[in-house]
Write a protein that binds this ligand. Structure first.
Ligand SMILES: Nc1ncnc2c1ncn2[C@@H]1O[C@H](COP(=O)(O)OP(=O)(O)O)[C@@H](O)[C@H]1O
Ligand SMILES: [Mg+2]
Length: 243
């Protein structure tokens, strides 16, 4: 399968601490890859490096064959930051239309479509300031989706969403991947892992698994991904290598 994102020996330091310790992985095109790991494990930092907004100590990050952060990639990558980045004094629709106006060929109708996609059709005319946390996160997601980027980096997009909405959002992610979009989706809840084509399990800035959900389960000898994650951590702690 064609590779969309290639990360080689990535080392990142934030403050005085090393937070990524020579991480290597590749993410296939047209798939949903889950980036899973506990809080503080380095998920956001890895995503920032892929988007090209993180200063890196060493290593190589390539997106669609170009070095991460080059201006040519700007319109090809969509990044949903972990905390929503939308204008509180604009309505949901106005936010989406504003982002649409930044891209050639993207219309107000595309913006309205993105608002529908994230389930905010009924709240389209509501000021963002008056939305719940979960709705605000979806408004931010709508703005990321508006330009239909080839690569989507989504940092915990389903946090704070009710189960029905989470299910709907995952259906959207699957549909986008089926249409050729590459998605990297972080989460700290394991039950989302089974929705992914591939999983990157990260802990303390190091990768402990890079496989399909089935193979992660099989290599740990359990059907439960939470248990599999624990098993992989314990194996690593004993042997220093992932099983
Ligand atoms: N701006 C920052 N300055 C210094 N350290 C940071 C900064 N942001 C994150 N860190 C540290 O980097 C590590 C990885 O953080 P992060 O990538 O946000 O993890 P995750 O997204 O998995 O929760 C954590 O130990 C965190 O405390
Ligand atoms: Mg994070």
């Amino acid at each position: 399968m064609e590779t969309a994102i290639e990360v080689r020996n990535l080392v990142v330091e934030r403050g005085k601490r090393r937070v990524l310790h020579g991480l290597t992985c590749s993410i296939p095109r047209g798939s949903v890859t889950g980036l899973l790991g506990p809080s503080g494990s380095g998920k956001t930092t890895l995503m920032r490096a892929i988007v090209g907004v993180q200063i890196v100590k060493s290593g190589v990050v390539t997106v669609l064959g170009e070095p991460a952060g080059t201006p040519r990639l700007r319109h090809k990558i969509g990044y949903l930051t972990q905390s929503p980045s939308v204008y509180a004094d604009l309505t949901v629709r106005e936010n989406a239309r504003y982002f649409a106006s930044l891209y050639k060929g993207i219309t107000p109708a595309d913006a309205d479509n993105a608002v529908e996609m994230v389930g905010l059709g009924d709240a389209a005319n509501q000021l963002v300031a008056t939305l719940s946390g979960g709705q605000r996160a979806r408004a931010s997601l709508a703005c990321t989706l508006v330009s239909r980027p080839e690569v989507l980096i989504l940092d915990e997009p389903t946090v704070g969403q009710d189960p029905v909405l989470r299910d709907e959002l995952w259906h959207q992610f699957r549909a986008m991947a089926a249409a050729g979009t590459t998605l990297l989706v972080s989460s700290h809840v394991m039950d989302e892992a089974s929705r992914c084509d591939r999983l990157l399990l990260i802990r303390e800035g190091a990768l402990i698994a890079d496989d399909t959900p089935d193979l992660v389960r099989a290599s740990a000898g359990t059907n439960d991904l939470d248990a599999a994650f624990l098993h992989l951590i314990r194996t690593m702690e004993k042997t220093g290598v992932a099983s």
